[in-house]
Design a protein around this ligand. Structure first.
Ligand SMILES: Cc1cc2nc3c(=O)[nH]c(=O)nc-3n(C[C@H](O)[C@H](O)[C@H](O)COP(=O)(O)O)c2cc1C
Ligand code: SF4
Ligand code: SF4
Length: 281
């Protein structure tokens, strides 16, 4: 019985959304990273919320760790399951794709919402960020009422006409993204998840790194070891960009990552991020 809100977040947008909704509906906030590798996941809750950032909407939009979590859900049947994805602009068919995975586990996604938040891969002005935060405040009320009433059938996902119209563009971007990650991961693996894990090979630090360890602490999947006062990435990266965005000195870079963007949600602090990691829950 009860309500559980599972979340994954790199720069705090999804954590803010998850925390706000959990407070409103009196749900328990649970980090996906803290449970995902425990094998089959059972929950006693009758209401389950899943909150996560959109990663690569041209692939399927669902971060690998979130996909693993849903695939490991053992008793998804007969629960009221809703999802909220946060995105920087376009979530495409993310909600629909998540719904299909939940269905394959014997459950049903009864509603799925898309919340636009400041992108953590493209620069967004402070004014535009504030506008998006205000929009979220309004949407929070709507989702709260919707879930409280146990309504069903709201799916903020790409409709069929758009899907057909965008199919060639998505096909192009999918191939481009695969080839790009094969290059930066120095791998010919055809499994996108494996390429993403290895993509941390292109992270590096500059002389401003003072070995404080924040990057290692905020990494939700403990993918960073501090060795001789420098971070070393361990190649099971979920590409959430927490490390480079939370580094107090802006000392982490990736040769393909914009230097213009160093962002995290203003309501979230390092201490909030620490609760997410599997070893620190
Ligand atoms: C690797 C990566 C891929 C992303 N891909 C998309 C995308 O395809 N579409 C989109 O709208 N936003 C995309 N984003 C932006 C995030 O979805 C957005 O900023 C999200 O709110 C971040 O949430 P978080 O702070 O909880 O990590 C991407 C972000 C990252 C790090
Ligand atoms: S957070 Fe930044 S300064 Fe601290 S160890 Fe990591 S890279 Fe270095
Ligand atoms: S290494 Fe950085 S980008 Fe990769 S999962 Fe950890 S915090 Fe996220």
């Amino acid at each position: 019985m009860g309500t559980e809100i599972y979340y994954f977040s790199g720069t705090g947008n999804s954590l803010t959304v998850a925390r706000d909704i959990a407070r409103k509906i009196d749900g328990k906030l649970i980090s996906i990273a803290s449970v995902v590798d425990r094998g089959n996941i059972r929950t006693d809750a009758d209401v389950v919320g899943i909150v996560f950032p959109v990663h690569f909407s041209a692939i399927n939009g669902i971060p690998g760790i979130v996909q693993r979590f849903v695939e490991n859900l053992e008793n998804a049947n007969s629960k009221y399951i809703f999802a909220i994805c946060t995105c920087g602009g376009f979530s495409a068919a993310t909600i629909e794709n998540l719904g299909k995975i939940i269905e394959s586990r014997g459950g049903e996604l009864v509603a799925g919402f898309t919340v636009q938040m400041p992108s953590n891969i493209e620069a967004v002005s402070v004014k535009e960020q504030q506008k998006l935060f205000d929009e979220w405040d309004n949407k929070l009320e709507f989702i709260h009422e919707f879930v409280k009433a146990r309504n069903e059938g709201e799916f903020e996902t790409m409709g069929l006409p758009l899907k057909i119209a965008l199919a060639p563009i998505f096909f192009y971007y999918k191939n481009k993204t695969f080839n790009f990650f094969k290059k930066i991961s120095e791998s010919s693996d055809s499994d996108f998840k494996q390429l993403i894990w290895l993509s941390d090979k292109r992270f590096y630090t500059d002389d401003d790194c003072e070995g404080c360890g924040t990057c290692s602490q905020v990494c939700p999947v403990n993918n960073i070891r501090i060795i001789e006062e420098k971070p070393q990435w361990q190649h099971h990266c979920e590409i959430c960009f927490a490390c480079l965005n939370w580094c107090p000195n802006g000392a982490i870079h990736g040769e393909w990552i914009s230097e213009e963007v160093r962002y995290h949600h203003s309501d979230i602090e390092v201490a909030d991020m620490l609760k997410q990691s599997s070893f620190k829950d």
